[in-house]
Design a protein around this ligand. Structure first.
Ligand code: ZN
Length: 502
């Protein structure tokens, strides 16, 4: 029996998806092609479209359509897939509905004013310039959390925007576990007598040649160029308008090949998730990615577990040596492999390696949580940041630009975003461990340049489901246990104990 209300919902969701895709095309163009003078008009157009999309989303409940379907959901009168669609739309709707337009506008105005102040503060390395507006943003986010509602911590209400259904406490458990491992492990690497020299990777790499190599790697690991493009932008990103039209970007440095290459394998991971979503559910939550954390698990797996592995380079290194004989022709693969996996505690998150990366996130998570819960005051941020850097990394922060002001996220008002980076790493390790168990010849395949088995496994087990499962249900479904940091710890521990002879 078909549910007339459900069909109506599907139709409206499809219209919304077209609007959102249009918005995304304009945003992509803004980063990739738009001339500087186009900025103001584009910002106006985007703000208009965002407003229309928001209104249209709220209008889903006209004539109580969503209320009626929610009743059907509670009465178990929907099919499995219908139930998942209604559950997720209701989840998003409930959140949006609780936020009054006044607060949404206030948020937009505050963060729009905050971004140039953050840029200035970072340039002058003066946190005081950013502090007053940051306090306003925190105040708005605290009010938002109260309106959205929460059980354990107001931070959960903010986290939910990026990692739906996850609680602060769940994040805390896995991150604390990880922290207990990382701090002593990083110390051990620092004290290791085995030295790794990443400068042997530097050279002169003409951009056209890099582009060619990127294209070959993206294609070989499974990016569908019939359903996607690779372009250049200041900050690499991936965006999907539809599974048949997914865009990624990268950037280039003539001296450092990995500046571009690492972002290509990363963004291709994101893109293959978007390309793998079920077309027949386009527009509904079953045609959407689950969360930022699950998205990040796909990118980090291809970037790190695959793209920084020995089998991957068994295949690609001879090609690299051919394209760039200098410096690679005389550099043995073993030394190259160590150099690309160089570990060094550093000040800047975005430049950190896969071992120290999560410690940067843990530091931000602890601070954000304190700010939103009110146990940390914004005035104390510089001091707390620097103390934690000293504590966790053994590093002295020279100035705020290299410390508390380094990331743009807080000026965007994106509180609750950072943990999804680490969750992504943890999901990736747990999924990859399961994939390796189920497909024991993955390494041999990679060494032959065959990546389809892993791609298909991810498509079948993760991409194909859209938001049918929540993130924690998916982890349980795919790996037969809840999320645990053990898999990441085992992966890092084995790999780097070998590289650094620990
Ligand atoms: Zn990413």
């Amino acid at each position: 029996m078909t549910n007339q209300h459900y069909d109506e919902l599907k139709e409206k969701l499809l219209e919304l998806a077209h609007l959102q895709a249009t918005l995304a095309v304009l945003q992509w163009d803004q980063e990739v092609h738009m001339p500087p003078k186009g900025a103001q008009t584009r910002a106006n157009a985007l703000s208009l479209l965002a407003g229309l999309t928001h209104e249209k989303f709220l209008s889903l409940n006209n004539n109580n359509l969503l209320d009626t379907l929610k009743k059907d959901l509670d009465n178990n009168s929907l099919s499995d897939s219908e139930a998942a669609v209604v559950r997720e739309v209701w989840h998003d709707y409930k959140r949006q509905k609780k936020l009054p337009t006044k607060l949404v506008t206030e948020f937009f105005q505050t963060t729009s004013a905050a971004i140039p102040l953050w840029v200035e503060a970072r340039k002058k390395s003066d946190f005081q310039i950013f502090l007053p507006i940051l306090k306003k943003i925190i105040d708005v986010k605290q009010r938002e959390a109260k309106l959205v509602g929460y059980k354990d911590s107001p931070y959960t209400a903010l986290l939910d925007e990026f990692e739906p259904h996850m609680t602060t406490q769940e994040v805390e458990v896995v991150l604390n576990n990880l922290k207990d491992f990382l701090i002593p492990f990083i110390k051990k690497i620092k004290q290791s007598k085995t030295k790794v020299d990443p400068s042997i990777l530097l050279g002169r790499f003409p951009i056209a040649k890099q582009q060619h190599l990127n294209q070959e790697i993206a294609q070989t690991i499974g990016f569908d160029f019939e359903a996607g493009r690779v372009d250049t932008s200041t900050h690499p990103f991936a965006t999907g308008f539809h599974p048949h039209d997914v865009r990624i970007t990268t950037r280039y440095d003539e001296k450092n090949l990995f500046y571009s290459l690492a972002s290509v394998t990363h963004e291709v991971g994101h893109a293959m998730y978007e390309q793998g979503l079920p077309v027949e559910y386009f527009g509904t939550p079953l045609g959407q990615a689950i969360s930022l954390g699950i998205h990040e698990s796909q990118s980090r797996m291809w970037e790190n577990q695959v793209g920084l592995s020995k089998p991957f380079w068994d295949y690609f290194y001879p090609k690299l040596q051919k394209v760039f004989p200098k410096p690679f022709k005389t550099l043995p693969l073993e030394e190259f492999y160590r150099a690309i996996n160089y570990v060094q505690p550093s000040l800047i998150r975005t430049e950190s390696d896969e071992v120290t990366y999560n410690l940067h996130i843990i530091l931000r998570f602890e601070i954000e949580k304190g700010l939103i819960e009110g146990t940390i005051q914004a005035e104390d941020l510089s001091r707390i940041w620097n103390a934690k850097m000293k504590d966790y990394f053994g590093i002295t922060v020279p100035d705020d630009a290299h410390g508390v002001l380094q990331d743009i996220h807080w000026s965007h008002g994106s509180f609750g975003y950072f943990p999804t980076y680490s969750l992504g790493n943890l999901y990736a390790a747990q999924f990859f461990a399961t994939a390796k168990k189920e497909l024991p010849d993955l390494d041999t395949e990679f060494a032959k340049g065959e990546f389809a088995k892993l791609k298909n496994w991810l498509q079948k087990n993760i991409h194909a489901h859209g938001r049918y499962y929540t993130a924690s249900q998916l982890v349980q479904h795919v790996t037969a246990e809840p999320l645990h940091s053990r898999y990441f710890i085992d992966y890092i521990s084995a790999k780097y104990s070998e590289i650094y002879d620990l």
